[in-house]
Design a protein around this ligand. Structure first.
Ligand SMILES: [Zn+2]
Ligand SMILES: [Zn+2]
Length: 345
């Protein structure tokens, strides 16, 4: 439609809200599928009966099952770097740098952190059931939901001199210090595992990442808490998808309202032009010789044949009037509410 254009801000708002609602909807569907799979997954106790169940299962494999047992290392466990008595099977050491960065937009200092160093150590481990039956846990680092126990946390503050403080205000960055943390999955912790259960040919039970694209979970919380966390996440994605879709609808509504206004103005102009043509048809044409002194101030070729209201100026021809970029009198800049043909007696 000529004369109507979408501004960059409107295009960005519309594009962003459509893209966001698409992403949020996708994540909502994905987390819904995860919760549904968790609900369908059978729960088993780690005991001798589990082996018997797997023996009669096709492929000696249960695609998605929930088990719970105590963590026990297969060989020598890992020892904490900071607490000599703490032993575990998974250990994550992390050193993070914390800085304050000056934000010009909000005129405040905002926190920013950077991982300087991270190290993860693992040793093979099993989950032990009530009757000492064990299940070996494979690829634990691929599992989600594993929040380990913090065995060490220390913040190393930085001390400054006057020169440093001046430097910080000039550069807009302040170093706060370094945070050193160590997390461990300790021996003896009760762990909930959700994944594929398989009975190996040598008679060992294994828990491994599912081959059917379901999510692999290892968690130190119980199943119900884990399921609730997933459910909450699902609700969040749903709310965000609805909110961004609504925002997109609002932008569309705003655009269509603006387009309607644009059309209305065009219809009104068209209506006025027809009215003018009709009135002019009733007026006899002016003789040629009067053209020069009575020429339109804009094109200087056609006669002035209309009067602009409300100011009353007779200064231009009707074609120049319709081509005006703004509906204002070219002489006095007053708004034009109507235009009438000039009647020469
Ligand atoms: Zn003209
Ligand atoms: Zn005027």
């Amino acid at each position: 439609m000529d004369g109507f254009s979408v501004t960059i801000t409107e295009a960005v708002c519309l594009g962003t809200s459509i893209a966001l609602s698409g992403i949020c909807y996708y994540l909502y569907r994905k987390s819904r599928a995860t919760v549904d799979k968790l609900d369908e997954a059978p729960h088993f106790n780690i005991d001798k009966k589990l082996k018997d169940i797997l023996k009669v299962t096709p492929g000696a494999c249960l695609q998605y099952a929930v088990i719970e047992g105590a963590v026990k290392p297969v060989g020598k466990p890992l020892t904490s770097l900071f607490q000599k008595e703490a032993v575990g099977v998974l250990q994550r050491y992390m050193l993070k740098e914390h800085r304050l960065v000056w934000n010009r937009l909000s005129s405040t200092w905002t926190d920013s952190e950077l991982v300087l160093h991270q190290r993860v150590n693992t040793v093979p481990f099993v989950l032990v059931g009530a009757d000492e039956t064990t299940i070996k846990v494979l690829s634990p680092l691929q599992a989600s939901g594993l929040n380990m126990e913090i065995t060490h946390e220390k913040f190393h503050q930085v001390n400054y001199g006057l020169g440093d403080i001046i430097g910080q205000y000039l550069s807009g960055e302040k170093l706060k210090g370094q945070l050193e943390t160590e997390e461990m999955l300790k021996v003896g912790t009760t762990l909930t595992g959700i994944g594929e259960l398989i009975l190996d040919t040598d008679g060992t039970l294994n828990l491994r990442p599912p081959s059917n694209n379901a999510q692999y979970f290892l968690s130190i919380t119980d199943f119900d808490t884990l399921r609730q966390e997933q459910e909450n996440m699902n609700l969040w994605w749903k709310a965000l998808a609805i909110a961004s879709a609504l925002a997109g609808a609002l932008v569309l509504l705003w655009l269509s309202q603006r387009f309607y206004q644009h059309l209305k103005v065009r219809w009104e102009r068209e209506e006025m032009r027809r009215e003018f043509e009709r009135l002019r048809a009733e007026v006899p044409a002016e003789p040629e010789e009067n053209y020069i002194e009575n020429a339109c101030v804009i094109c200087l070729s056609r006669p002035r044949d209309c009067v602009l209201l409300d100011c009353g100026h007779v200064c231009c021809c009707h074609s120049c009037y319709t081509a005006l970029p703004q509906r204002r009198c070219p002489i006095c800049r007053q708004n034009i509410s109507r235009v009438m043909p000039v009647y020469h007696a």
